[in-house]
Design a protein around this ligand. Structure first.
Ligand code: NAD
Length: 319
């Protein structure tokens, strides 16, 4: 059986499966998922070659970490067979990027995940904190956790792309190993592309999340909390309906679009069923052998043209 492609993550030496397992749905963020289905999805993902699993204490108020930890343990495979990232600084009760909080946070996450270490610990949605605090306090605190062996690599995540350059221009080289960007490398918004040469020059690994734009590029549509404008939502809905009418699947097209750029190490897609795991892995395998459906992609791009690169506000005004 052909294997899912592995890609190097910046200078970390980690090789991530090009499709990564986003575990926010395991925190019931996109609707209720039974533990049975969660376990089966993680097991099927691993069986099909997905080795990268991403979570956060924020997803489902710690539920995602607990469910993912249990499911990974149930795989019964050596720890170095899979790569786990979690986050710190964002919690159900709010944001706290202080050294104290993130230092406690990793111990809590490790306990929930039933792990001795995580491969990547990421400061979660830094646009909601003080970026200067992230530079001067949070990342140095994470450096200590690295030295203590609780984490292997350090990352930052956020929606506005400017937060990445702000931080990376101010930390010592190598202090941040990875960035996780979301909703900026999908058919409707490809603005991450412009930042890739800069990130490469910094030796920073790139994870791109939300290839389906958090549900916009699915037949069933986004969850009620989705922050997109009504205009963006309806354009995506029209694109999904067009694909369906043509006997095509917009989610497959969106996966293949995101997977096409190999400077992105892993495309993190949120999955809560065995069927979704199988579909998303199949999309990657088919891309590798047959390429993407350029004709439908062009048509969908033209439907989405009026809303291309439209995003939404996120975070606080930085002083
Ligand atoms: P996504 O674009 O991956 O969409 C997820 C939604 O699409 C879910 O409802 C899922 O059930 C559905 N889906 C998945 N595969 C499908 C398929 N083949 N057909 C139809 N529907 C399908 O958005 P996401 O889950 O928000 O992002 C992926 C992951 O990236 C998250 O789980 C999380 O791990 C990470 N992420 C991190 C941040 C951050 O750090 N700030 C932000 C967003 C996402």
């Amino acid at each position: 059986m052909a294997k899912l492609e592995l890609r190097e993550l910046g200078n970390t030496g980690l090789k991530l499966s090009c499709v990564g397992f986003g575990a926010s749905p395991l925190g019931n963020v996109f609707g209720t998922v039974s533990e049975e289905e969660a376990n089966a999805s993680v097991r099927e993902a691993f069986r099909l070659g997905i080795n990268f699993f991403d979570t956060s204490p924020y997803y489902g108020g710690t539920l995602s970490e607990k469910v993912l930890g249990k499911a990974l343990k149930a795989l019964g495979v050596p720890r170095d067979n899979y790569i786990v990232s979690t986050k710190c600084g964002r919690y159900a009760e709010g944001f706290d990027f202080s050294a104290d909080r993130v230092t406690k946070s990793i111990d809590e996450s490790l306990a929930r995940l039933q792990l001795d270490y995580v491969d990547v610990l990421q400061c979660h949605d830094i646009e909601f904190g003080s970026l200067d605090q992230v530079v001067n306090e949070t990342i140095p605190a994470l450096q200590k956790l690295k030295e203590a062996g609780k984490i292997r690599f350090i990352g930052i995540t956020g929606l506005p792309l400017a937060v990445f350059t702000y931080v990376l221009d101010r930390v010592p080289p190598g202090a941040v190993d990875v960035i996780l960007s979301y909703c900026h490398h999908s058919i409707n918004d490809s603005t991450l592309e412009d930042l890739l040469p800069y990130l490469k020059s910094k030796g920073v690994g790139v994870i791109s999340a939300s290839p389906l734009a958090m549900g916009l590029l699915t037949e069933s549509g986004p969850p009620h909390w989705h922050p997109a404008s009504p205009e963006l939502k309806s354009a995506c809905q029209a694109a999904a309906a067009y694909c369906k009418e043509k006997g095509k699947n917009i989610s497959k097209l969106a996966m293949q679009y995101s997977l096409s750029n190999k400077d992105v190490s892993s495309v993190l897609v949120g999955m809560n069923s065995v069927r979704q795991v199988e579909e998303n892995v199949a999309a990657a395998m088919e891309l590798a052998t047959a390429g993407k459906d350029e004709e439908t992609l062009l048509e969908v791009e033209s439907i989405l043209k009026p809303v291309k690169n439209q995003t939404w506000p996120s975070g606080i005004q930085q002083s």
